[in-house]
Structures are given as structure tokens and as C-alpha cells.
Design a protein around this ligand. Structure first.
Ligand SMILES: *Cc1c(COP(=O)(O)O)cnc(C)c1O
Length: 221
């Protein structure tokens, strides 16, 4: 199937109140253009340099989502270019984001990435680390937490569903609380293989790459 057919199929499945982020990592601008032409404006990238290049050379009304692990020394390159950072995963990164956004006079919208599967190979905070991160977020001036994100460890449908459900519980719990800098708006979970399950468990933002663009070939650009 073509990219256009894929995006129409994904769009047809996704309810109106769920935001689709088209994950365009490794993809050429011509391919992004096909998705853009269908009306998609939210694109996800996981490499700072690639995002910055695409930002400079693509439509200005695109909202760029940073979805990869963000190294502290690269925060400065994305200030002013991203609409949402999905991957706040440590206090040190939080402090760097605050510092660089204060210096630029801008506000960073972020999601806290939670390592719900406690996968040692994945980034994200563990649930028992969440309170401390939240306390420090509350001391920030230029960081706003808009929700939560997760990437699941490989597993079957039952295991995925369980993790998504646990995420939704954490999300609902935070949703009820009153904070200065934290307000639950987005629950970013679900990729090509499991976005339907994620939506059925309460995701309102899904990140789909291969389901739109076809199989990824690395070193494409
Ligand atoms: C690559 C990536 C996706 C998309 O994965 P697909 O399987 O291609 O849909 C989603 N989220 C993150 C964080 C990614 O790095």
C-alpha cells in the first residue's frame, strides 16, 4: 500500500479525540510531504539533528514532537523547534530543559516518560521515582508537564494491555491532583503494532511510524 493509503486507513481507525503523531524518523521530506498533503501536521522524530534539519526545510505549520531519548547537551538545539518533548526521563534532563528554556524566554511542553515495564534497556522513570521528578517540576518556571508517555517492552497483547492500563491509572491519578506546572492532557502510548490496544486502554496520543510510511530502512537519509 502507498503512504497515502496507509495514512487514510490509520486515520479512519483513530477516534477524533485521539491525536496521531506520524513518526517520520529516517524518512525523506518527499515522504513526509505525502502525509502532510492528507492533512497531518504532527510529526515525531527521535534524533535532534534530524529534527532540526527537517524543521528548517519543511512546512512551518508542522508541530514537531521529540520522541527519542534526549541527551542533555542537545537540548539547546531543539529550543524553539519542538511543540512537545515526549521524553522527560530524569531530573538532570529536567534541569537542563528548564535552564535552556529560561535563557531563551520560552516554555517547554513536556511529557514524563515512564518505564512502566521496568525494562533495563529502556529510558523513562520508574514509578517510584515519579514523585520526586514531579516535585522538581513544580519548582520550574519554564517547563509545563502536559502528560505521560511510555514505550513498552516487547510482549504479547495481554502484557501490552496490562502496561497500558497501569499507565492510564497513573494518568488518572495525576489528573485529579492540583499542580502548578502539571496538567494531564496527553497520554502518549501505542505504536504501529499496538496503537489499537493503546487507544482501547485510554491513549489519546499515538505514535505511528511504519504503519504509515512502511518498513523503516535505517541510513535512509
Ligand atoms: C520509532 C518510534 C515509534 C514508531 O514506531 P513504529 O513501530 O514505526 O510505529 C514510536 N515511538 C517511539 C518513541 C519511536 O522511537
Amino acid at each position: 500500500m502507498s503512504i497515502k493509503e496507509n495514512i487514510k486507513k490509520v486515520n479512519a481507525y483513530i477516534p477524533k479525540d485521539v491525536k496521531l503523531v506520524a513518526v517520520s524518523k529516517t524518512r525523506k521530506l518527499e515522504e513526509l510531504e505525502e502525509v502532510y498533503s492528507i492533512g497531518v501536521r504532527d510529526f515525531g522524530e527521535n534524533k535532534v539533528q534530524e529534527l532540526a534539519e527537517k524543521y528548517d526545510n519543511f512546512h512551518k505549520d508542522v508541530k514537531w514532537h521529540f520522541i527519542g531519548h534526549l541527551q542533555r547537551n542537545k537540548v539547546k538545539y531543539i529550543v524553539g523547534k519542538v511543540s512537545l518533548i515526549h521524553s522527560l526521563d530524569s531530573i538532570k534532563l529536567l534541569e537542563e530543559i528548564e535552564k535552556k528554556y529560561v535563557a531563551a524566554g520560552q516554555v517547554a511542553d513536556v511529557l514524563i516518560q515512564i518505564n512502566i515495564g521496568r525494562d533495563p534497556n529502556k529510558s523513562g522513570v520508574l514509578l517510584e521515582e515519579l514523585d520526586e521528578l514531579i516535585n522538581i517540576c513544580e519548582k520550574c518556571n519554564n517547563v509545563k508537564v502536559k502528560g505521560l508517555m511510555t514505550i513498552l517492552p516487547k510482549g504479547d497483547e495481554l502484557s501490552n494491555r496490562n502496561y497500558f492500563r497501569q499507565m492510564k491509572e497513573v494518568y488518572d491519578d495525576l489528573y485529579e491532583k492540583q499542580y502548578k506546572n502539571i496538567r494531564m492532557k496527553y497520554l502518549s502510548m501505542g505504536m504501529t503494532g499496538d496503537y489499537k490496544i493503546a487507544i482501547s486502554e485510554g491513549a489519546n496520543m499515538v505514535r505511528v511510524g511504519e504503519g504509515i510510511f512502511g518498513k523503516r530502512i535505517y541510513n535512509n537519509i
